[in-house]
Write a protein that binds this ligand. Structure first.
Ligand code: 26V
Length: 822
């Protein structure tokens, strides 16, 4: 603990390691940047603080890898095209448990502005949304639980685009997050992997043109980032691959005299990891994305197998030493790739190779939307990966033989389960490949797993009943409570005696305090503190001014029809109409906050953003609503925005059409931060209501069964014509009330809600939704009753820690155990 003599360099000891002192920080400022201490910028100070912390975790990082090499435990590999990790500095400070040290020492630099320093770090936005953020929470839990694990992903030069608003419309700007040196990453060119392709290719506008008769290779260069477990005992690795050109390739061209050819090939190779695909709704047959997926799989499996062999293991031990989790079908080429390694390199027979492959791999499904399921044209495999196609065909031949034996004569079933879709074009069904080629297929919430089994892939679930299982998602309490909400975190520690950071169910300790007036007061003060902090931050970063003394009603997620931001928008108009009709209407002042990105090619999603900004433009200036209703669309939703906003929320909007949101994870973050859920019976909302108690949530709307049962006869016009408030709200939108200068721009809203039949049944749920919001308003008036429910939510959020989720994956899918680093 701190030495207090003022003349001495402060030193800390923690976990048996000496911490560096202020001198280390000063050295990084001066020598890394060649500036004097006094003139360094806040950015340079950010890098110096981060470097100092990296210095201090380095010994544990090395020791973790050495321990794993020596103990040769079963090792978990999480393969994901996305890791939405956000910022690392504050997270590493918390997980290393060095807040005191940073406060006393690193922050003693008199010219440093700590808030500014934190703002220097760009978000590592290497993901689209829930799937990528889940991967980031999972690696945090794996390290905290001391499970030997490596996350494998891609080091995109450009992460998810930055969203700007121009005249209320989304405009995408590139996110070059690596233009400044990233203090957290370590490149390891010595561990690069060669990735051969059967054909050379060229790239034009994200599409590749194959040059037959000429093969080529890429190089995968690993960049490692530390993943610090809470308490700093285990420091695992997130290894991100960057595409480059192998030198031999360059050299061949160069000695042939084609200098420019060699250099342009370098640019071509590097384009593989240039940019994250920002469309999480429809795979648009982007052939460059196909190469990205193969690149991830090829590099990661080569690395996994090299480590496995280096540790002296026999091939037959593969499933005992290696567990590979596929995050959606994006890395599903791991099935034919692992087969290729075992057949062509290990020279095993087909049956043994197949047995080892399926027992090593496992697959997680994250969506039921048929349009989001990946299917790659057979032609892409033919030209670039013919050996993999050959293996897929052989897997399919044997699989269909088995199905035929079990279900003779059922040609339709055969066509449904086949790994190959024959029409309209021949394509490889990646979900079928992932289910057939692994020992486990899991959904991410109970209802999602049920629907997956009974509807989406029912034939495959019949064939492999033992493979299907549920792993309800979770989120890391380190980032989403300790880091994001320090006031509430402190209160929880004081009230429970601590320990909840790694054992979230301990929050149950505050359940009985829900009716304690003193505790309620403290809770409301913490909520108000978080609101003020958010209001200050959003003012400083986006110039938006908000009133912390209003109800904060928040919907933050990608813009998708099934997530029903439109339902929220129409509801805002219903309230606007009520207030216009009766300006004296007695409702608690409410601020509706919406944020989220639209896929650049998803036209309706972009119209929905414009609808919110247009409604805001009118509602926020109308005297009838002043001080009662305010609508704000916050630009550029990100991990960092979520960390600031979620603690400040009173209401969590989780209003997807039942049966379409696989799980949701922001719903869990809101719950543990004491927001009340306004939600449909979908995804993990169902489990949230189970845990919190129905009486502590606002559940409404059609169930998944009702949605399916009413598909045949549902008529949105009925609601439009027979519910006066519904009709009036829609007419206001359709009649250009919110967009007098751009008439007709909301025609797509009319089309989707009326003409095209309202597939996501917004109008069916609108009445119930508005009534639910009335109940929310009434409860908010009763501060103590509100606080009681909010406290129950926090107290009962224990299930939704990703530590619980990962423990279940480890026990039930991977058979992996903690391997403490001594
Ligand atoms: C799909 C695609 C399609 C091709 C191009 C790029 C791309 C990128 C991402 C995706 C995945 C969409 C699936 C997804 O994010 N699902 C979400 O997963 C969360 C974590 O399990 C879950 O909480 C959300 O309910 C689910 O929508």
């Amino acid at each position: 603990m701190p030495a207090t003599e003022p003349d001495q360099l402060t030193r800390y000891e923690c976990n048996g390691f000496k911490f560096p002192d202020r001198d280390y920080y000063d050295r990084h400022v001066v020598f890394d940047h060649v500036v004097s201490l006094g003139t360094a910028t806040q950015r340079e100070r950010f890098e110096a603080v981060s470097r100092t912390l990296r210095d201090l975790l380095t010994q544990r990082w090395i020791k973790t890898a050495e321990t794993h090499d020596r103990a040769n435990p079963k090792q978990v590999y999480y393969l994901s095209m996305e890791f939405l990790i956000g910022r690392s500095l504050m997270n590493n400070i918390i997980n290393l448990d060095v807040e005191q040290f940073v406060r006393d020492d690193l922050r003693s630099d008199p010219r440093q502005d700590w808030k500014e320093v934190l703002e220097q770090e760009p978000d590592a936005g290497l993901g689209n949304g829930g799937l990528g953020r889940l991967a980031a929470c999972f690696i945090d839990s794996l390290a905290t639980l001391q499970i030997p694990a490596i996350g494998y992903g891609l080091r995109y030069d450009y992460g998810i685009f930055r969203q700007e608003l121009s005249n209320g419309y989304q405009v995408e700007q590139p996110d070059p997050w690596l233009t400044r040196p990233d203090p957290w990453e370590v490149s390891r060119p010595g561990e690069s992997v060669t990735v051969p392709l059967a054909s050379a290719f060229e790239v034009h506008a994200g599409q590749i043109t194959v040059q037959r008769g000429k093969s080529m290779s890429l190089l995968g260069v690993p960049f490692d980032r530390p993943v610090v477990g809470y308490g700093g005992q285990t420091v695992n690795t997130l290894r991100l691959w960057q595409a480059a050109t192998p030198d031999v390739f360059d050299f061949g061209e160069f000695s042939g005299g084609d200098f420019f050819g060699a250099v342009s090939n370098r640019v071509l190779a590097e384009s593989i990891t240039r940019v994250l695909y920002p469309d999480d709704s429809t795979p648009r047959g982007q052939s460059l994305r196909f190469l990205q997926e193969y690149f991830l799989v090829r590099c990661s499996l080569a690395d996994i197998i090299a480590r496995f062999r280096k540790r002296g293991n026999d091939w037959s031990a593969l499933p005992d030493k290696v567990a590979v989790q596929l995050n959606d079908t994006h890395p599903a080429m791991a099935v034919p790739e692992l087969m290729r390694i075992l057949l062509d390199i290990a020279h095993l027979g087909w049956n043994e190779a197949w047995n080892l492959t399926t027992r090593t791999l496992a697959y997680t499904n994250h969506t039921l939307l048929p349009e989001a399921l990946e299917k790659w044209p057979v032609g892409l495999f033919e030209s670039l990966l013919p050996r993999h196609l050959e293996i897929i065909y052989e897997i399919n031949r044997r699989f269909l033989d088995d199905v035929r034996a079990k279900h003779p004569g059922d040609e339709e079933k055969l066509a449904r389960v086949s790994l190959i879709e024959e029409s309209p074009a021949r394509r490889v069904r990646m979900a079928n490949l992932a289910i057939v080629g692994t020992h486990s297929t899991n959904g991410v919430a109970a209802i999602h797993t049920d629907l997956l089994r009974s509807k989406t892939v029912a034939d495959l679930a019949d064939l492999f009943p033992g493979r299907f299982n549920n792993k309800t998602n979770g989120v890391t309490p380190r980032r989403w409570l300790q880091l994001a909400n320090p006031d509430l975190a402190k209160m929880l520690t004081d009230a429970t005696g601590g320990g909840w950071v790694t054992d979230l169910p301990r929050l149950k300790g505050i359940d009985s305090l829900a009716t304690d007036a003193g505790f309620q007061k403290k809770f409301l003060a913490a909520k108000r503190g978080a609101k003020v902090r958010f209001v200050d931050w959003i003012k400083a970063t986006a110039g938006i001014e908000l009133d912390p003394d209003t109800l904060f009603d928040v919907q933050i997620k990608r813009i998708h029809e099934y997530k029903r931001q439109l339902l929220n928008a129409v509801q805002c108009v219903v309230w606007y109409n009520r207030l216009r009709a009766n300006p004296k209407l007695d409702v608690p002042p409410r601020t509706v906050l919406v944020a989220g990105k639209a896929a650049p090619a998803y036209h309706l999603a972009k119209v929905i953003i414009k609808l919110f900004t247009s409604i805001a433009g009118v509602v926020n200036t109308d005297p009838a609503t002043r001080g009662k209703l305010r609508v704000e669309f916050l630009p550029n939703y990100s991990c960092t925005l979520a960390e600031h906003l979620i603690p400040a929320a009173d209401v969590s909007e989780q209003i997807s059409t039942a049966g379409y949101e696989a799980s949701g994870t922001s719903n869990m973050k809101f719950m543990m931060n004491g927001a009340l859920t306004v939600g449909t019976r979908d995804g993990a909302n169902i489990e949230i209501a189970e845990e919190a108690g129905e009486e502590n949530c606002f559940m409404f709307g059609l169930t998944a069964e009702q949605v399916l049962a009413s598909r045949g006869w549902y008529a949105p016009y009925w609601h439009y014509e027979n519910e006066p408030e519904t009709g009036a709200a829609l007419d206001l939108i359709f009649n250009n009330h919110f967009n007098p200068d751009e008439p007709g721009i909301f025609e797509p809203v009319r089309e989707t809600l009326l003409t095209k039949g309202d597939y996501y049944m917004h109008l069916a749920d609108l009445g119930a939704y508005v009534r639910t919001q009335e109940a929310v308003a009434a409860l908010y008036r009763d501060t103590s009753a509100w606080a009681k429910k909010a406290i129950h939510n926090v107290a009962r959020s224990g299930k939704f820690s990703s530590d619980r989720t990962i423990t279940q994956y480890a026990d039930e899918i991977w058979g992996a155990k903690p391997c403490p680093v001594e």
